[in-house]
Write a protein that binds this ligand. Structure first.
Ligand code: ATP
Ligand code: MG
Length: 448
């Protein structure tokens, strides 16, 4: 079992002359460590910095609240059961690349909720711990998410910024990166880039994705790209087979969790809490694995079940102090999650209506704004169709899908006439939409 708890607090040595730089925003997270020098063992001019990784606060007085917090998909798990092999494979590729000071590309694929992001994050933490112990040369690290990049070429800007601390335009960053990786002189230090949700960078012009796969393979490159995607054969779609085999991509595929594994994943977060009846977690795991094998969904169901127990406990008839989640409560949650009228409608919508709603949801997330220009949604819609070999629709067809969805009150528009400049927004809950997509035969293997 990969244990992450020991990494919650660690001491890192940073040189005073090369202070750590951190640039934080809600979208990106860069960290630069000092340039590595094998001879640099001077402790006198270094300072000790305590880095605390946010961890769950346990309040013994409220077991239910604690269980809810531990089950929240956004909380860091203490361990990663059932992902030891994947962790070791990714760790092996990236660690040897850093040791040998050579670029490489690791392609991580798997269905949503199979633990890709959480595993890569743990690999990076373990590597950073080794750097802190001076058992590994330092590396710069950048984490990008395709869902959060307003334009694929922004990846260049953020990568160059992570490597040099300088911000330049996308086209300038692209030529600087191209020059750095092609020049005779090796770049100063290693840079690891985690490119999460890579599928969402698919555009008509695949240049960005091609560069991300190609740059690590250039002779003078010290770039390690960990590309994370849902689609297993994305490299073959973007690159010809000949190019993809020349690049020698290292691949790690995450299988969907089986029901026993989902049980272990949930139970590992609930150790010693006694909030669930013996069979309730198993029942939730069976319900999820019948549809998807998505750990996020299993955690969400169990978290909602704890919420229900908690609210029942406050009422008089359920004032027993040791009330536990039962199979009945899990059943209630599963029903609750699939009974909204929106879910019923979207489940039966046509594939293009679903793709339209999915595209609107993606644009909303990328821009962080509830209101989006219809033209952007159309572009996203066609990208998505191309990626999955679904016939693309004309702008007029998509305008009429938009007006049908507006007349059904699933979306809102700013005016009576509809054209590509029209501003639209979702008129249904994001959660309902996500839930529907997770249970949909086509969308369940696609990030939502
Ligand atoms: N082995 C595991 N142990 C503990 N928690 C896990 C494990 N696998 C997944 N999880 C949890 O399940 C949730 C989903 O995992 P994660 O985000 O890594 O999935 P993903 O494969 O990246 O999905 P997507 O393709 O949608 O991005 C997260 O909350 C994560 O912490
Ligand atoms: Mg992920």
């Amino acid at each position: 079992m990969v244990t992450t708890r020991s990494l919650r607090s660690r001491t890192v040595s940073y040189s005073l002359t090369q202070p750590v730089q951190r640039i934080r925003s809600n979208k990106l997270n860069y960290r630069q460590t000092k340039p590595y020098s094998r001879n640099n063992t001077k402790k006198a001019d270094s300072i000790q910095v305590e880095v605390l990784i946010p961890s769950i606060v346990h309040t013994q007085s409220n077991t239910y609240q604690c269980a809810r917090e531990r089950l929240a998909p956004s909380s860091n798990p203490d361990s990663l059961p059932c992902r030891e092999n994947e962790f070791n494979m990714i760790m092996g590729y990236v660690e040897s690349a850093i040791k040998e000071q050579m670029g490489c590309c690791v392609y991580v694929s798997g269905v949503p909720g199979s633990g890709k992001t959480v595993t890569v994050n743990e690999v990076i933490r373990s590597l950073q711990k080794k750097v802190a112990n001076e058992s590994l040369p330092p590396f710069q690290y950048a984490q990008l998410n395709g869902m959060k990049l307003t334009d694929p070429t922004q990846a260049y800007v953020h990568l160059w910024q992570a490597m040099t601390g300088k911000k330049v335009t996308a086209s300038h960053a692209c030529s600087l990166l191209e020059h750095t990786f092609n020049s005779d002189k090796k770049s100063e230090s290693m840079c690891v880039l985690m490119m999460d949700e890579l599928d969402l960078l698919v555009t008509k012009n695949q240049r960005v994705m091609y560069n991300l796969f190609n740059w690590p393979s250039l002779p003078c490159s010290r770039l390690v790209v960990i590309a994370v995607a849902n689609t297993m054969d994305l490299p073959e779609r973007i690159l010809t087979n000949r190019v993809s085999s020349r690049l020698g991509l290292n691949r790690v595929n995450f299988q969907p969790y089986a029901f026993q594994q989902l049980m272990i994943v949930v139970q590992s977060r609930l150790k010693g809490m006694g909030v669930f009846n013996k069979d309730a977690v198993e029942y939730a795991a069976r319900k999820v694995s019948a549809v998807s094998g998505d750990a996020r969904r299993a955690l969400e169901i169990c978290r909602r079940a704890v919420e229900i127990i908690e609210s029942k406990k406050t009422s008089r008839e359920h004032s027993k102090s040791n009330a536990q989640v039962t199979i009945g409560i899990i059943e209630q949650v599963v029903k609750e999650m699939s009974s909204s009228p929106t879910i019923a409608f979207v489940s039966n919508a046509s594939i293009h209506q679903k793709i339209f709603l999915w595209s609107l949801l993606q644009r909303t997330r990328v821009t962080g704004l509830a209101e989006v220009e219809l033209g952007e949604v159309i572009a996203q819609h066609n990208q998505m169709s191309r990626l999955h070999n679904i016939e693309t629709l004309s702008v007029n067809d998509l305008l009429s899908i938009c007006s049908i969805l507006a007349s059904l009150m699933l979306i809102e528009t700013n005016g009576n006439s509809i054209d590509i400049r029209t501003i639209i927004r979702l008129n249904i809950s994001e959660e309902d939409l996500i839930m529907t997509f997770r249970n949909d035969a086509f969308f369940k293997n696609i990030t939502v």
